[in-house]
Design a protein. Structure first.
Length: 640
């Protein structure tokens, strides 16, 4: 009965998406048009609204390959004027992210060759002076609080003292002078500051149990406030505007994560601010100026939001009226919250960015993120459901190639990474590229995917290669049963955990797939668990509970049975593997051992290793090479 319901829901969803057949099959757009960096993007506003920041490809000071670097441009009347000024001159890798600090300083983050040792850098807008704010040399850092009310300092955390633990420092953005404000005893996995920039909440973990710590002032010692096991989430987000109580995302006593407010005087008396009956909530947004919560995001099938604040509700209503049919997001604002950078996008386009003036209710276009790909010729991403073999409903997304009858298609099964993450509705360059080449693509949120509540998440514990893999296999077979997929032209592709699922798919169901692409995927659960990065050490016991403990006799046999590298003699499917040599999460040895085993048996395996990449290829030229290899490989074996 449930399978019939799932089929009915799918057919209704596909019908609601509009006609399956377009007037014609669109042209094959150049591969680079899907995976190139935007000509201009990542727009941000200074506090006073007089500067627009953005990133665009540009060479470093010595020339060379163009990377995504930070620029600023003056704003006059809401429009960019004058020449843009380049502030960063990175040449090895793209800048990862940037933000304004007040009006005259830009902060950006960079890593070194993909090893995830991120460094925070400040640049003075007027002089262009660049000041590294965190140490280099194998140190991983990040911003805790930009201290919007302090013009000279920010809070950063880094692990220079102990690679396993992150201390918090107050750092001067002009001189880089640093003062330690919180030393990590070795078990703190999260820090939270109040609206005055004082670090007053921390989460300690022994790997299985978490304790929320609180202090009234930075001069006080941290004291335990409440404790839970890792299955129960109480994640502090921000303090209330009186700096006494705080908001948190919590699933204490419930299956779904809700937004709650907690009084440190009565920590067990959670006040539920908002909850959704079907899914977990995302982080809450708020107004610094008006000191109110504004909205909170969540996703059942498509992105949605609950708006708390009538002022923000009016902003969203006006934007939606001017941008009908588009998913609207606010990406930045000036301090007065009069001007906003607005993203308008959909499943068919990464969209356009605008500058919105809330006082005059006017939009000024800043740029299209990818104008080379016409939205009308991109595919629709349709939410679907299917039923796993044990009766669990699995949500996912089906993308059909434009202009082709949804029958006997070459299809790609595309499990996501994480695995404790989820796929969502929206524009995906990978999915659109595959659809443009004639493939249908199925993305499934297998058990363990986040956002669907604690029970759905916990159903994945100890299930790598077992029920989690069954969910992927059942999705592939569902495509065949629907008549959508040609059973002889099924492929599987995934990255990270999705790469593990790819290897598991061709190892444990060797007759199901005609081609496979593994992108930085785990192959051996023993070597993977023994080579986790040092800053994952606080989570080791948790990973043992969720994946398995290689040294526990009870887990050993299961991990051995579900490690594809140990059963490579079963693999006969043509395979392409891509790996970053500096990957700190999934070491190159994970891929090397599979390639070596297959080559000894004469099984076709194509191997692409990049020495300057980590967990995923970030440099544009490496992305182009990978997707070119993938296109040729899939076309050879699946003939779309």
């Amino acid at each position: 009965m449930r399978s019939r319901l799932s089929l009915a829901l799918t057919l209704v969803a596909l019908a609601a998406a509009g006609p399956v057949l377009a007037e014609s099959v669109p042209p094959q757009f150049p591969l680079r048009d899907f995976f190139r960096n935007p000509e201009r993007g990542y727009f941000r506003l200074s506090d006073d609204g007089r500067w627009l920041g953005f990133m665009q490809p540009a060479a470093g000071e010595g020339g060379g390959t163009k990377r995504m670097n930070v620029f600023v441009q003056a704003l006059d009347g809401g429009k960019p004027v004058g020449a843009a000024k380049q502030l960063s001159f990175e040449s090895a890798r793209d800048v990862a992210i940037f933000r304004f600090k007040g009006n005259g300083t830009v902060l950006y983050e960079k890593d070194f060759g993909g090893d995830e040792n991120v460094r925070v850098v400040a640049v003075d807008v007027a002089s262009g002076k660049l000041t590294p704010l965190t140490p280099e040399g194998g140190v991983r850092a990040g911003i805790v609080d930009e201290l919007r009310d302090d013009p000279e300092h920010i809070l950063v955390q880094h692990n220079q003292r102990d690679k396993r633990a992150f201390d918090v420092y107050r750092v001067n953005v002009r001189t880089a002078a640093a003062t330690k404000v919180a030393e990590n005893p070795g078990n703190i996995i999260d820090w939270t500051s109040d609206h005055a920039g004082r670090v007053r909440l921390a989460v300690a973990s022994d790997g299985v149990n978490n304790t929320l710590l609180y202090r009234a002032t930075e001069a006080d010692p941290f004291k335990p406030l409440l404790s839970t096991d890792f299955r129960t989430q109480v994640a502090p987000g921000l303090f209330d505007f009186d700096n006494r109580r705080f908001y948190a995302l919590s699933n204490r006593g419930r299956d779904k994560v809700a937004l709650v407010r907690i009084d440190p005087e009565r920590p067990d008396a959670e006040e539920v601010v908002y909850q959704h009956p079907k899914v977990d909530l995302g982080p809450v947004a708020y107004s610094r100026e008006r000191k109110v919560l504004t909205h909170i995001d969540f996703q059942v099938d498509k992105p949605e939001r609950h708006v708390f604040d009538p002022v923000m509700a009016r902003v969203f209503e006006r934007l939606q009226r001017q941008l009908p049919g588009m998913q609207v997001m606010l990406q930045s604002s000036d301090r007065a919250e009069n001007r906003f950078v607005v993203a308008a996008m959909s499943d068919q386009t990464p969209g356009t960015r605008y500058l919105y003036d809330a006082r005059s209710d006017t939009l000024s276009k800043l740029g299209d993120i990818n104008p080379t790909l016409p939205a009308a010729q991109m595919a629709r991403m349709t939410p679907v459901r299917y039923t796993a073999r044990d009766g669990l409903e699995i949500p996912g997304y089906l993308t059909l190639p434009v202009g082709r009858e949804p029958k006997n298609l070459a299809c790609i099964v595309n499990p996501h990474g994480g695995p404790w993450a989820r796929d969502g509705w929206g524009f995906s360059p990978e999915v659109q590229f595959l659809a443009n080449r004639g493939y249908c693509v199925l993305q499934m949120n297998f058990r363990g995917s986040t956002g669907y509540g604690r029970q759905f998440w916990e159903a994945s514990f100890g299930q790598w290669g077992l029920k989690m893999q069954d969910d992927v296999t059942d999705g592939a077979q569902w495509l065949v049963k629907q008549g959508i997929a040609d059973p002889k032209r099924l492929g599987i592709y995934g990255g990270s955990y999705g790469g593990y699922a790819t290897l598991a798919g061709i190892t444990f169901t060797p007759d199901l797939y005609a081609a496979a692409v593994d992108y930085v995927g785990v192959s051996n659960l023993f070597t993977f668990m023994k080579t986790i990065p040092p800053y994952w050490e606080p989570f080791r016991q948790q990973m043992y509970a969720m994946v398995g403990n290689p040294d526990d006799p009870k887990d050993h046999a299961r991990l051995a049975a579900t490690s594809p590298a140990l059963h490579a003699d079963k693999i006969k499917t043509p395979l392409l593997i891509a790996q970053g040599a500096k990957d700190p999460r999934v070491n190159q040895a994970e891929s090397d051992q599979v390639v070596e085993a297959l080559k000894k048996r004469g099984v076709q395996v194509q191997y692409l290793v990049k020495e300057n990449e980590g967990h995923g290829f970030r440099n544009e030229e490496n992305r182009f090479e990978f997707y070119t290899a993938m296109e040729q490989f899939l076309a050879q074996h699946l003939k779309p």
